[in-house]
Design a protein around this ligand. Sequence first.
Ligand SMILES: NC(=O)C1=CN([C@@H]2O[C@H](COP(=O)(O)OP(=O)(O)OC[C@H]3O[C@@H](n4cnc5c(N)ncnc54)[C@H](OP(=O)(O)O)[C@@H]3O)[C@@H](O)[C@H]2O)C=CC1
Ligand SMILES: O=C(O)CCC(=O)C(=O)O
Length: 434
Amino acid sequence: MNAPTNVDLFSGAIARLDKAFQYADIDAEALERLKHPKQILQVSVPVRMDDGSLKIFTGYRVRHDDTRGPTKGGLRYSPNVDISEVKALAFWMTFKCAVMNIPYGGAKGGICVNPKELSRLELERLSRGFIEQIADFIGPETDIPAPDMYTNAMIMGWMMDEYSKIHRRHTPGVITGKPIPLGGSQGREEATGRGAYYCIKELEKKRDWVPKKTRVAVQGFGNAGQSIARLLHADGYQIVAVSDSRGGIYKPEGFDIPSLIQIKNESRRLQAVYCTGSVCEAVPSKSITNEQLLELDVDVLIPAALEDVITVSNANQIKAPVIVEVANGPTTGEADEILNERGKLVVPDILANAGGVTVSYFEWVQNQQGFYWSLEEVQQRLHAMMTQEFNHVYDWMIEKRIDMRTAAYAVALSRIGAAIASLGTAQYFSDNDS
Ligand SMILES: NC(=O)C1=CN([C@@H]2O[C@H](COP(=O)(O)OP(=O)(O)OC[C@H]3O[C@@H](n4cnc5c(N)ncnc54)[C@H](OP(=O)(O)O)[C@@H]3O)[C@@H](O)[C@H]2O)C=CC1
Ligand SMILES: O=C(O)CCC(=O)C(=O)O
């Protein structure tokens, strides 16, 4: 899991606000407030390892802004997790929820750990231990975690159970992305990929794409990458390249995605949740690096793994005319400028990958009501919301002649601005000033 270090991911993230500000209806002081996370919690989680030794892991939970509702966002397990990354991820969640117009603010959390080195039992002790440390910080009406990179439904189930034990009441609404028997929603597992798929279906109409002639490259083949590749492949799109942390593969005539998913998800070590196969094991195929994948001559490029993979160093080499950001933060601010100048259409992360949090919202609504929906109902609602908000942002982009990311931030900022304005301005002034 080699990733760029998060030099200052958060500073890069908030820099995007100033550009969108001129197109948004929001007060300058409210904008300033959004540049500072509301609350930051850092915890140490002691874990008894299988060999009897004790290890201490550092975890974080950041609540960025809760003006529009309880804060919402996933939990990431990775050796690259640090406070700047978690702050940036929490910041993006605030804007993602606003651009989808769901009644949440933004949050994110993570633990600095390599989950591939942990047994299943160690992973469970770590997950339950983390909840023990943050149990007073989260809750169904305050802050609601969910899965992100290297966390999954099983981990969300353990966490919900731990929280419920601590508070002595069954509380399914404290966390989303749970297994269905524990109150999870139909359709949450594939929701991130499906939301991005609905964005691509809208682009298909606007750009007259013929799926069989449309070539796609997907970087990252986990929850989000597999779902988008599977849905596009089922529609006839040519998925010519995919990759994971061990490298990529290329096949000009396109891969059979269901077989690749089978290879990828095969367990390689009993009792180790994250030791699976690799797309690199698929034959016949040509090996490529993750860097080469980004520069392939394809119609649609889908980064679905890490942040900061499209930078000043490779933005001029990106050939795809359309980039759909399924990963959070895959493009740096400088790279964005280059892509815009080169006429590329970037469907920004806060819109393209918002299907996950949208179905998490559905899950929370179902938990709060104790009334559960069918898969068809979840998919219909997701389709309606993604299509509406995609077109809303797209129309702003055309009307204001700006790039799609700036349009998405302007839409989100205006919604957050309206909520802040409705609260009054007292919070910005001391008693002496007012
Ligand atoms: N899960 C969700 O609901 C949501 C996820 N996202 C974002 O989508 C992205 C992927 O998340 P998700 O699919 O859930 O995570 P997963 O843990 O399910 O999968 C991550 C994938 O990324 C691959 N990967 C890791 N490092 C690299 C690398 N250096 N180069 C290429 N691939 C790499 C992994 O490879 P390997 O298997 O070999 O380790 C794996 O295939 C993240 O940016 C996440 O924040 C956004 C919204 C919601
Ligand atoms: O499902 C959620 O609540 C949040 C998912 C997430 O972390 C994200 O969208 O980046």
